[in-house]
Write a protein that binds this ligand. Sequence first.
Ligand SMILES: [Mg+2]
Length: 173
Amino acid sequence: MQQPVFCFDRDKTVDVRPPKRGRAVPLAWVQYYAHRTEHDVWATGNPRLCHEAGIPSPREARELLVAAGREPVASYDRMNSGRIDRLRLLDQLYAESYDRTIQFVVVDDTDVTEYTADRRWMYYGPTEFVAAVEDGAYPEADPGAVRGEPYADPGHGDRYRSQLNRFKRRLSE
Ligand SMILES: [Mg+2]
């Protein structure tokens, strides 16, 4: 895996519920990265983003680990107190499915550098992430490429089924 894994918080980070100050990450960017690029994308904050963007959360990551007979390093707690554990679950999923060279990018209005510092994780607040994209650190999203796509349909899980199936295969190898 060459591309960094993107983890997006929702509330006060993405423009469906923007921060009071600074810039929000457009939802269309999250959708674009998830569905038009090779980046894996996860919803690590409010899981409403799963429906809005058609992406999985660490809840699914944990289920994959359990199904493969691995002991998850953390429980899944969707509340604020669980945000570091959610990152730990993804770290474990990639470590067991790939190796420890995977790069992660987490975008969250809540500072999670207590976790990301000294790891292969980059942390950005939403304003900083938008600026980083504009500076060319990550691909410029093309919202037109995903406009009108129904990510919130009842079968939204199908939107990321192939991503989860890839882990299922790798964990069983
Ligand atoms: Mg937030």
